[in-house]
Structure formats: structure tokens, C-alpha cells
Ligand binder design. Structure first.
Ligand code: NAI
Length: 284
């Protein structure tokens, strides 16, 4: 298999990450089909792509012609059966059973050499692969938020992932203008594992009343971080960030250093998920 054989990319989930990944794939000249169960999410994803492309034109980063061409390369669908592709990138909620169910369905309806990639932030690839018939074709392709801007993509090989699949996905990432970096399979891989403490410790500081969230953000930004932890959680999605911490806490055998926060749990319960719901630690 060669990179020039990858023509059609499927994306599952039109949320924060799926929409951004669809955009970069379309800009790279690939045919894209994006699926979401929720009509509202699909519409929101389409608007997110249109707005980002318009901003790109405004900033002189791409021409109107290129942005129109990219948009025309994307098909939005409610039917998973439409996803017959060369590679499918999964970007749905951070839940093992949901991811396995979807990937199993994709294995059945696609060619046996179709590559399945997961954008999971924290679940080991080998764990997801254990629920599949063709674990050799599953790989981790971990994009960062915002996906149309951040260059880094962690590429994670599961215990059974074929070498050719790794090569194809590395080349695909390069063709999307990304910087692929190989990491070993472990909960949270590298970036999320190290960065977890940025969120978890900041939430502990908040819980203990040492400072409020605005002050914590201001202090860390003054220290040199581009975004404070609470602004970043709102960008990521408070619900997604909390799920990732929960998965990592379990995966590291309940090591207290990954303990999730009650304050964050309450935000999740209240539907204060950050920018995507208009309210998180801040209001939008
Ligand atoms: P999100 O909550 O913004 O979007 C998830 C989308 O999946 C929603 O539109 C939802 O309707 C859809 N969905 C849920 N179940 C589905 C199903 N069974 N079939 C089809 N669509 C379904 O989530 P987000 O933030 O985009 O995260 C997606 C994945 O990407 C997660 O695994 C997350 O850990 C990972 N990730 C998230 C990052 C972030 O900063 N938000 C960064 C890197 C990875």
C-alpha cells in the first residue's frame, strides 16, 4: 500500500476534533466523508469548518478558490454505511465500548485493508484493538486541538499494528502538513500523560481554595504558558478532559496523582462543557 492509494478518508464524529481533522484532510486534496449520529453535531461541525476556512482566507493563508474546493471535497452523512474508505479516523467520545462498537461495524463493511485510526487521547491502542477482528489495521493517530492549526500528531502502534500501516499513516500525516511523532502504546501516550498534571494539579489548587481559576490562569500565562489550564479545559471540552483523566486514573491502577476532580465532575453534570456549550469555567 502506498500513500497515493489513500484517496478517501472517513471521519467518525463531527465534534471538536472530527471537524478539524476533516478540514485538514480536505485541504490536503483528499476526498472526505464525515459521519455523526447527531444532526445538530453534523451541522455544527460543518459551520466550524466553514468559519475556519473563512478565517484562513481572511488571514491570507489560503485562497477563496482553495477554500471552496476543500469544502466541496467534504460529504456530511448520518449513515455509517456510507463510510467505505481507504482510511477511517475515529473521533467520538472517549469511551472504550463506544469506540470498539463503531470500529467493529467499520471492519465489517470495509475492504480488509482499510486502515482504522483512532484519535483517542488516553485509551491504549492495544486495548481498543483487542475488540477487533483485524487488530493489525488499527493505529493511533492523535491530533491536537485545534486540529487545523496544531502541527503535532502522535502516531501510536498497537501490539499487532502492521509496519505498512504505520508508514501509510506517517505519510498521510505529512501530506496533511502535520508533524508525525512515533510514541509507544501506553495510557495517555506522551503529551496527555505529562500534561495531565497541568490540569489535575490546577484543579486541586482550585479545590483547596489557594486561588480562583482566573488567577491560576493569569499566573501560568505570565509564567509563559500560552493558555492557562482552565481556558485550555474550556477549549478542549470540560467533559472530554474529565473523561480522559478518568480513563488515565483507572489505567494507572488508581494512582492518586491522576485523581479526577469533583469540581470538574460537577461542571460535567451541569452541562458546562466549555466553549462548545457556551459555558465552562468561563462564559462565551
Ligand atoms: P466532542 O464531544 O466534541 O465530539 C464527539 C462527537 O462524536 C459528537 O459530535 C458526538 O455526537 C459524536 N458521537 C458520539 N457517539 C457517536 C457514535 N456512536 N457515532 C457517531 N458519532 C458519535 O469530542 P472531541 O473533543 O472531538 O473528542 C473526540 C475524540 O478525540 C475523543 O476520543 C477525545 O479524547 C479525542 N481528542 C480530543 C481532543 C480535544 O482537545 N477535545 C484532543 C485530541 C484528542
Amino acid at each position: 500500500m502506498a500513500i497515493n492509494e489513500i484517496k478517501k478518508v472517513g471521519i467518525i464524529g463531527a465534534g471538536t476534533m472530527g471537524a478539524g481533522i476533516a478540514q485538514v484532510a480536505a485541504l490536503a486534496g483528499l476526498e472526505v466523508i464525515i459521519f455523526d449520529l447527531a444532526s445538530e453535531a453534523l451541522k455544527k461541525g460543518e459551520n466550524q469548518i466553514k468559519n475556519n476556512l473563512a478565517k484562513g482566507v481572511e488571514k491570507g493563508k489560503l485562497t477563496v478558490e482553495d477554500s471552496v474546493k476543500a469544502l466541496n471535497r467534504i460529504v456530511f452523512t448520518h449513515s455509517i454505511r456510507d463510510l467505505i474508505c481507504d482510511i477511517i479516523i475515529e473521533a467520538v467520545v472517549e469511551k472504550l465500548d463506544v469506540k470498539i462498537d463503531i470500529l467493529k461495524q467499520l471492519e465489517i463493511q470495509n475492504d480488509k485493508e482499510c486502515i482504522l485510526a483512532t484519535n483517542t487521547s488516553s485509551i491504549p491502542i492495544t486495548k481498543i484493538a483487542s475488540g477487533l477482528t483485524r487488530p493489525e489495521y488499527l493505529i493511533g493517530m492523535h491530533f491536537f486541538n485545534p486540529a487545523h492549526i496544531m502541527k503535532l500528531v502522535e502516531i501510536i502502534k498497537g501490539a499487532d499494528t502492521k509496519e505498512i500501516v504505520v508508514e501509510v499513516v506517517k505519510n498521510l500525516s505529512l501530506s496533511m502538513g502535520k508533524t508525525p511523532v512515533m510514541v509507544r502504546d501506553a495510557p495517555g501516550f506522551v503529551v496527555n500523560r505529562v500534561a495531565r498534571h497541568f490540569y489535575v494539579e490546577s484543579l486541586k489548587v482550585l479545590e483547596e481554595g489557594v486561588a480562583d481559576h482566573e488567577s491560576i490562569d493569569q499566573l501560568l500565562e505570565s509564567y509563559g504558558f500560552k493558555m492557562g489550564p482552565f481556558k485550555l479545559m474550556d477549549l478542549i471540552g470540560v467533559d472530554t478532559n474529565h473523561s480522559v483523566t478518568q480513563r488515565m486514573f483507572e489505567s494507572f491502577y488508581y494512582d492518586p496523582k491522576f485523581r479526577p476532580s469533583r469540581i470538574q465532575q460537577q461542571k460535567v453534570d451541569a452541562g458546562h462543557w466549555g466553549r462548545k456549550t457556551g459555558k465552562g469555567f468561563y462564559e462565551y
